[in-house]
Design a protein around this ligand. Structure first.
Ligand code: N2P
Length: 368
């Protein structure tokens, strides 16, 4: 508990120092940022404005599909957006993003080569995007409520918690939520079923749909951000969720001090490792300010402050010495080498697979 508190204090004090050093700056226009919810601290945005004079207009989403719809509609007005790398890949192909001007991004030198190489499988040469944060898709759970229902000895690191109808039935009364994100849920279902998580085979989607339809009666809701506060308040006991979001729920539960204990499990059958990317739309109204924002984020102290607050690992090697030790050494956040071997990358669906996925997901959501 003490560690979580000090993580936040570390972030705050680093930022206070930086703001103090920057002094006042003339207004220099605006940068329009569209990012995932619960993914930054306000202090970072204030520090950026204090250092550069650029005002930040900041809006949030909780779904790659939402972001993609806005981008494909055109003239989104955004300068910086943060798609997951698998989505970025097909959006690059659709001409949605501009190449980065590396001359404006000297802090690229801070990035970890191995992680950037992993992201480069979706963007050769990392021409369009820089890793913002990365994470895994796993299971958030209420330690006591789950132990009460499944026994103290139950190994929670299994997709059975949400996909095995017999297990899920025992958890239904305390509340199960699933991400409203088929690109997370199908690969997780495949991992549970022993199917290649990368599969784009229509028959596999059909089989996974039948499996999920059998489990869904035990699911209270489908949503991709509501579970943070619901886990923290004890309103639900199991959520398919993203690593840092679950850990933020754990921290909020701790701070509330009402005896709710939340933690995160990476299922042993395999879990997705994903990368969220900072990119600039081709028609961004303020591309220079967008570069200034991305370069600012890549300052080691800034990225570390974000990780210390959102509980997501970053790919900024130079920042790691500023990441709170408890966070850096927490295998739920930075997975161990052993667990890393069980992680699989996301896959970019072509438009035909995408239609299959959307059709099946609608069936699962509606239970038909
Ligand atoms: C941040 C959620 C981002 C994870 N709250 C999914 N890319």
């Amino acid at each position: 508990m003490k560690n979580r508190f000090s993580a936040r204090m570390t972030a705050a004090s680093v930022l206070a120092l930086a703001i103090g050093a920057a002094g006042s700056v003339q207004a220099q226009g605006v940068v329009n940022v569209f990012n995932w919810s619960d993914y930054i601290t306000d202090e970072v945005l204030e520090q950026f404005t204090a250092e550069t004079g650029i005002r930040v207009v900041y809006d949030v989403y909780d779904s790659n599909d939402t972001l993609e719809a806005r981008l494909l509609a055109g003239a989104s007005g955004f300068d910086v957006v943060v798609p997951t790398a698998t989505f970025m890949q097909r959006q690059i192909a659709a001409g949605v993003y501009q190449p980065l001007n590396r001359d404006l991004l000297p802090n690229l030198a801070n990035m970890d080569e191995a992680l950037m190489a992993a992201a480069a499988t979706h963007d050769p040469g990392n021409e369009h995007g820089v890793i913002y944060m990365w994470g895994t898709t796993g299971i958030g759970y209420n330690i006591d409520m789950v132990a009460e229902r499944l026994g103290e000895d139950f190994d929670v690191d299994t997709w059975a918690m949400v996909f095995d109808p017999e297990i899920a039935a025992q958890l239904a009364d305390c509340g199960i939520s699933w991400l409203d994100s088929p690109t997370d849920m199908f690969p997780a279902a495949f991992a549970w079923m022993g199917i290649d998580p990368q599969s784009t085979d229509a028959a596999d989607f059909e089989a996974a749909t039948e499996m999920m339809l059998a489990a869904r009666e035990h699911v209270r809701y489908f949503h991709s951000s509501q579970y943070i506060s619901d886990l923290a308040n004890g309103e639900i006991c199991v959520a398919v969720g993203w690593s840092g979001d679950v850990l933020q729920a754990a921290e909020r539960a701790d701070e509330a001090g009402r005896g709710v204990n939340v933690w995160y499990a990476i299922p042993a059958e395999g879990a997705m490792q994903w990368f969220d990317m900072l990119v600039i739309p081709a028609d961004a109204p303020n591309p220079e300010n967008a570069h200034a924002f991305i370069n600012f984020i890549m300052q080691p102290e800034v990225t570390a402050a974000i990780t210390n607050y959102v509980w997501y690992p970053n790919a900024n090697r130079a920042s790691w010495e500023f990441v709170d030790e408890e966070i850096f050494n927490d295998p739920a956040i930075f997975p161990t080498a052993e667990v890393s071997e069980t992680l699989f990358p996301g896959v970019t669906y072509d438009s035909r697979t995408d239609r299959t996925v959307t059709r099946h997901w609608t069936r699962i959501r509606t239970g038909q």
